[in-house]
Design a protein. Structure first.
Length: 277
């Protein structure tokens, strides 16, 4: 399954599904200096952003601080490092490629990398971390089937054939994506263990990437006109997020202030920061 979408001042807006009001955002394009492509993925409440960039040879992770300065992140002994999420204390999760394959990592405050792995996990992707240090992601089993995880717990919505857990908030709610006989869907796993399927109306597939503490969810969906971002509010209403001029918009992270980090294609891939106005 492994659905890893890669999608100066830019202004944009959220275009609502019929019957919904429009929400306005200001967009800032994020570019790591010298990068061919920049992918913004995670954002914490302080406004620190993590992601990765391609320099023409390999992929590096990055941390963008609140002053706009970029720090390159390279897990030792790896050929590619991708940072996916950052919590309030500055702990970062992601994944890298080394001689043994694809592995998840936790980058702690002291600069140390801890590999996230289990003997039965063939490939590991760490995508989300909350302020309590709970980590979610996905792994492949020996048969190549993909499962979501939280810590040591496997997460599979009923009827799913492949699952990815992308985001976790401080309440312990988890969002992600799964595939079943009908196609690709987003999901919300609530604190009581119940799964809710998320399908943007009129879409062919839906992926949920990030969730804030109040329950708003961001992700992307595909319809006849291409890939778009969305914001799902707590009342169940969907609002479509399209960065003007972009071929594809993918919001991946949302913090508790409502600021969104993601990426867009136009035609190169750029990170973006969307701030409510």
């Amino acid at each position: 399954m492994t659905r890893l979408f890669y999608g100066s001042l830019v202004c944009g807006l959220l275009i609502a599904v019929p019957g919904l009001a429009r929400a306005q955002y200001d967009y800032t394009t994020l570019e790591v200096p010298g990068a061919f492509d920049t992918f913004a993925y995670g954002i914490n409440d302080a406004g620190q952003i993590v992601g990765w960039y391609y320099d023409g040879v390999i992929i590096h992770g990055f941390l963008r601080d609140v002053d706009g300065n970029y720090t390159t992140l390279n897990a030792p002994g790896t050929s590619n490092t991708k940072a996916s999420a950052i919590n309030a204390s500055g702990q970062i999760v992601g994944y890298f490629t080394d001689a043994s394959g694809q592995r998840g990592f936790l980058l702690d405050l002291d600069g140390s990398y801890t590999t996230l792995d289990r003997p039965s996990w063939a490939r590991v992707f760490a995508f989300g971390i909350n302020d309590a240090g709970e980590i979610v992601g996905a792994y492949d089993d020996a048969r190549g089937q993909q499962h979501g995880f939280r810590g040591d717990e496997t997460l599979d919505p009923p009827g799913s054939t492949d699952t990815i857990a992308y985001g976790i908030n401080n309440a312990g709610q988890i969002v992600g994506s799964f595939r079943d006989a009908r196609g690709f869907h987003g999901f919300l796993l609530d604190v009581d263990g119940s799964y809710t399927t998320l399908d943007v109306p009129g879409s062919g597939e839906t992926d949920a990437f990030g969730i804030k503490d109040a329950g708003q969810i961001v992700g992307s969906f595909f319809d006849d006109s291409g890939f778009h971002g969305f914001l799902l509010d707590v009342d169940g209403s969907y609002t479509t997020l399209d960065e003007p001029g972009a071929n594809q918009t993918e919001p991946h992270g949302i913090n508790n202030v409502g600021v969104i980090a993601g990426l867009y294609y136009g035609p190169r891939r750029h990170g973006f920061l969307a701030t409510p106005n």
